[in-house]
Design a binder for this molecule. Sequence first.
Ligand code: ZN
Length: 315
Amino acid sequence: MFHCRLVNPIHHDPALLLSLPQLAQRWLLDCGDLHALSLHELLQIDTVFVSHAHIDHWIGLDALMRAQLFGERPLRILGPRGILDMLAGRLAGYAWNLVSRSQFVVEGYEWTGSQWDSRHFPCSQRFVGHEAPSGLPSLENWSLRWVELEHGVPCLGYRLESPRSYRFREDCPYPPGPWISALKEAVAAGQREGVLTVAGEERRLAELAEWLRPVPTHQLAYITDTRLDPATRSRVVDAFGPTRVLWCEAAFLESQRELAETKLHSTANEAASLARELGCERLQLFHLSRRTQGRAEEHLTEARLIFPETYVGSD
Ligand SMILES: [Zn+2]
């Protein structure tokens, strides 16, 4: 279905790489230093979900641009309030006189608090942005939820859910044929009326749909750079609903709670509480503070007291 991996060690810049093998596409959650990625990987990234514009989450844009400058596929950047102006500022920071033949376009999407504004920045026009219709880009039938976090600057958490899919019951009596994909498409679109031809005979769609079983979807939440006090956690739970896997920062330990409050970050204890409240199956901690370098085991022990299925990094 998909594979997730942190680009950097847990104390370094956040960037979580999602590989979608069926689509030969990769998505990034946050865009910290990307030098650890191969050119091939950089070229396959087409969508970046940016939590916020602190430099450790955003500096990798240059590496992505450098790799994709003559690509034909747009690079889509989603982020919180202010991201479009910051993107324009980044793109205005270079000279672009020899790239006018490139088809490459950077598409920006900004959550304003009420809608997703969009601006396109074509390379052929020296990345001067122009307004585009509001709304999210197509995410290959994945569904996206988001929530505003508490970090002193606009900051978003994201939840991605894989597309709905179906399997046939093993006791289905009908022979395979083109009707199978037609049926799955119709059911996914909520259609129940109509007929399909199965082995030369017309059968009602509603009857055929009885032989389909929905495959559980996969949900992944990504929460970083935020306080995770009970009020914020409850906002995340309201926005996301039950979620199978949570990737969550755990910059500090509970013994450093004051520091977490000052720096607007979370503790391992709070991350574990959120995983429990979201009904998760698994919690992956990352973005541990450099002040706690060498103490990942302590984060793990603290979190596992509340949520046993906790791991650190990409394990
Ligand atoms: Zn930050």
